[in-house]
Ligand binder design. Structure first.
Ligand code: HEM
Length: 553
């Protein structure tokens, strides 16, 4: 991770790039959306310009007599790095792995808002503008302006795969009324802390296996303490944990011999992420180019086939089990999947699709966060000691925690928040604007793809003093300068389209961290090297995190 001083020096380099900013874009058309009222009757007003009385208004603009009118700028006036710079940065300097750093660099260079001229405008039809938005008040403005079914991004390639194979969309890929319907069904069982509290027992069984696995792994090392690449371990834990909740069954990920079906699923998931660049191109490359460059689309489909196949097997197994219970005249009880299958509020295809997309969304996100939390605790023994004392005081050394115990331990919750501030698994998010907006003095027409720079706002000194430091306490004290309640760090997103698995992830991470600390002191291993973040679809550890799990005396 680069500190600001280092970034300052790069700022100059970027400045030289920026002077090549392309000015050859077409004038954006004013949308006919009725949501934006603009006045265009001021003397001297040039054609195509509108006047705004307030920058922060965002939607409704009515100049008043007391406020001077300010010219609202159009998109092509917005600064940003040009296509050549982007090509150089992304293809020559492996920018795909450093998207989070580039986000910070560009935010420093271009105040408020900027628009990169990417390859996409040349290759695909609108909406193609991607504006990057990194000021916290602007992020808030965009998110607060969203309608009843917000759109995150253009999901054309996901939709195309589903059409091709006759598959339904899940929560991530669905839009509009379809999304609203599914969200209203799924939210009933997993959105609130009390809904997921019932899964504590199942998650704790998985944690027992996680701890056994740590004993096995460290016994294979010379020092009998080190576990190399903890992310492999936490990946298996997260997959097992989320499957326990979603499929209501165990997969055997933490066994010595992982079942073949599960191995095949992991391969499909790895393909999805290892092919990240390729699958990104799958969406970016227009259909007519596919005969010339077939691999990205082929791999994209192959990986989805594997993910859907796995979910279908587990959903069908559950369906058979329910049917057999019904045949025997027994009462059917269960968790999320049972509810979905029995209530029939979603079709079977919709259940397959949602189970597939939720598993995809829930495994790496949770495991990377646990890996980073472990790394940070190992690097900050004094913080770890305070967390341990809190656990011992509120719960005891040996008592197994349940969801209801977590609110008694604010520091463990603060550790998770601070970990996600420093390493937000999704370093940026997106919204396609659903009405015309004025943001930062620019008119953003309806249908524009906006990228929200959450990584940058998380590292802003304005939002979080001493932003580079791991200071979980900042989340405990309301009287500090840290603006912890604002939009500076929103790792699970915001509003009605925010992460539906947030409470599941929190449960899995809080309970695992508590039990890990009850059992072990987590220490830096001699094999530990400084770990830098890398963007690989998600924000991942760039090299392996190796830590020692020493038995608590
Ligand atoms: C640390 C773990 C996790 C993080 C940081 C995370 C983060 C996010 C973010 C930032 C979004 C986009 C929200 C927005 O656009 O406002 C999202 C969406 C989503 N997440 Fe998570 N997530 C995590 C774990 C999970 C888990 C465990 C599941 C499922 C069990 C899950 C399922 C989903 C789904 C289905 C969506 C799409 C929601 C929709 O479009 O309605 N996530 N997540």
């Amino acid at each position: 991770m680069k500190c600001k001083r280092a970034l300052e020096s790069e700022r100059r380099t970027y400045f030289h790039h920026a002077i090549f900013v392309s000015r050859f874009h077409q004038l954006p058309k004013l949308s006919s959306s009725p949501s934006l009222e603009v006045q265009n009757n001021s003397p001297g007003n040039k054609e195509g310009e509108v006047m705004a009385g307030s920058e922060s208004a965002g939607a409704l603009l009515k100049p008043t007599a007391t406020r001077p009118l300010r010219r609202v700028k159009s998109l092509q006036e917005m600064p940003g790095p040009n296509t050549l710079c982007n090509l150089y940065e992304f293809f020559w300097k492996d920018g795909f792995g450093r998207i989070h750093e580039i986000q910070v660099q560009l935010s420093w260079l271009f105040n408020k808002l900027f628009t990169p001229r990417l390859l996409k405008p040349f290759l695909s039809p609108p909406p193609h503008k991607t504006l990057l938005n990194h000021r916290v008040n602007m992020v808030a403005q965009v998110l607060r302006a969203e309608g009843r079914a917000p759109q995150r991004a253009n999901m054309e390639s996901w939709q195309e795969y589903r059409d091709l194979r006759g598959r339904a969309t899940g929560l991530i890929s669905a839009e509009g009324e379809q999304w609203l319907k599914m969200r209203s069904v799924l939210r009933q069982k997993i959105l609130k802390p009390k809904d997921v509290a019932v899964f504590s027992g199942g998650v704790n069984e998985v944690i027992t296996d996680l701890i056994k696995r740590i004993h096995t792994l460290r016994s294979q090392e010379d020092d009998r303490e080190t576990v190399t690449n903890v992310n492999n371990l936490f990946f298996k834990y997260s997959m097992e944990g989320v499957a326990t909740i979603l499929y209501e069954c165990r997969l055997g990920c933490l066994e010595n011999n992982v079942p073949l079906q599960t191995v095949e699923y992991i391969e499909a998931l790895e393909l999805m992420f290892s092919m990240f660049k390729t699958t990104m191109y799958a969406g970016a490359i227009p259909k007519w180019l596919r005969p010339l460059i077939p691999k990205p689309w082929r791999e994209f489909c192959r990986s989805w086939d594997g993910l859907f196949k796995f979910s279908q097997i587990h959903v069908d197994n559950k369906l058979k089990a329910i049917q057999s219970q019904l045949d025997q005249g027994k009462e059917v009880n269960g968790g999320l999947l049972t509810f979905l299958l029995v209530s029939k509020e979603l079709t079977l295809e919709e259940i397959y699709a949602n189970m597939t997309e939720m598993l995809l969304a829930g495994v790496d996100t949770t495991s990377f966060t646990l890996s980073w939390a472990t790394y940070l605790l190992a690097k900050h023994p004094e913080v770890q000691q305070r967390v341990y004392e809190e656990i011992v005081n509120k719960l005891g050394r040996d008592q197994v925690p349940v969801a209801d115990d977590v609110p008694k331990m604010p520091l463990i919750r603060a550790v998770l928040k601070e970990t996600l501030r420093l390493y937000p698994v999704l370093p940026g998010n997106g919204r396609v604007t659903q009405k015309d907006l004025i943001v930062g003095g620019y008119l953003i027409p309806k249908g524009t793809q906006l990228a929200l720079c959450h990584y940058t706002t998380s590292y802003s000194e304005e939002n979080f003093p001493m932003a580079d430091e791991f200071r979980p306490e900042r989340w405990l004290r309301k009287d500090t300068l840290d603006r912890v309640d604002n939009f500076g760090s929103i790792p699970f997103g915001y509003g009605i389209r925010s992460c539906i698995g947030k409470r599941i992830a929190e449960l899995e991470i809080h309970l695992a961290l508590i039990q890990l600390l009850q059992n072990f002191e987590i220490k830096i291993s001699s094999k530990t090297e400084p770990v830098h973040a890398k963007t690989h679809g998600l924000l991942t550890p760039g090299n392996s995190i190796n830590v020692r799990f020493s038995d608590r005396k």
